[in-house]
Design a binder for this molecule. Structure first.
Ligand SMILES: [Zn+2]
Length: 276
């Protein structure tokens, strides 16, 4: 699943291709990805130019002349650029023809992704965006506000970190890594954490995400040629997917448990539950 660093990489890559391009045509073999009525979507978007691409959490915000196209990749969504419409795959659901004769294609095996076109300036009124918390790598995120949300949450800390309304942008991989670095058990109840622990969690999440963004940024060529974004952060993982491997700090075997239905990796020695 693409997480914040992967979406950031997608954004930066697409900017190179799209800025200054106008949309000439929309082809939608599977229009359900688009939340609006297809005809009205086409009416509005055709003729609009890509002026910039922003990101909030895991949402891509394509800045057009009068509208913002809000896109969420969910589990498997990918964008890529085509030179022609030859050999379209059955997983390409929405295709934008550009001024330069190329195509921006949205590919989604599981069809969970969404696109929504809204008037510029109203995007943060969308229910999906209005609920999001501070971005996990936002240096100006107010730890007091985040701590207040933790204090009220009688749920496992991992579940709270995955809940995009507390902080946004962390998915399964980076949550496991953040908890390991902060020496917190994923099942620890969020309200049991001290202010300093929450503060450290946020700091570590930011460090990890920034490192992952930096490594994802090196894979632009891979992205163009192979459709997907293959970051290099997998080489930096300490616990995620590494069940049975020695913990890099204490050499205890990494274990895998389930938290809220999600596969979760941890060092049982470094990340002990608190005794209350
Ligand atoms: Zn350890």
């Amino acid at each position: 699943m693409p997480e914040l660093p992967e979406v950031e990489t997608v954004k930066e890559t697409l900017k190179n291709f799209l800025i200054g391009q106008k949309i000439r045509k929309v082809i939608a073999p599977y229009p359900n990805i688009i939340k609006d009525d297809l005809d009205s979507f086409k009416d509005k978007i055709i003729g609009q130019q890509f002026n910039d691409i922003l990101r909030y959490g895991k949402y891509l915000l394509f800045q057009l002349d009068d509208y913002v196209l809000v896109s969420h990749l969910r589990m498997e969504g990918k964008y890529f650029i085509r030179n022609s419409l030859k050999e379209l795959s059955k997983h390409e659901h929405v295709i934008f023809e550009l001024d330069n004769g190329k195509f921006l294609s949205y590919h989604d095996v599981r069809k969970f992704g969404t696109m929504e076109l809204v008037f510029k300036g109203t995007e943060f009124q969308l229910e999906s965006l209005s609920k999001l918390g501070f971005e996990a790598n936002d240096e100006n995120a107010d730890v007091n506000i985040i701590y207040e949300k933790f204090r009220k949450a009688n749920r496992p800390v991992k579940t709270v970190l995955l809940d995009q309304t507390v902080i946004t942008g962390l998915g399964n991989i980076y949550v496991d890594e953040t908890l390991f670095l902060t020496k917190i058990h994923p099942q620890e109840i969020a309200s049991h954490l001290s202010f300093d622990e929450v503060s450290n969690l946020i700091k570590n999440a930011r460090t990890i995400l920034n490192k992952a963004i930096a490594l994802g940024g090196t894979t632009i060529r891979t992205y163009q040629s192979s459709l997907g974004v293959d970051g290099r952060f997998q080489n930096e993982l300490n616990v995620h997917t590494l069940v049975g491997k020695p913990c890099p700090v204490c050499s205890t075997e990494i274990i895998k448990i389930k938290v809220g239905g999600r596969g979760t990796y941890l060092c049982p020695n470094c990340q002990k539950r608190k005794e209350l």
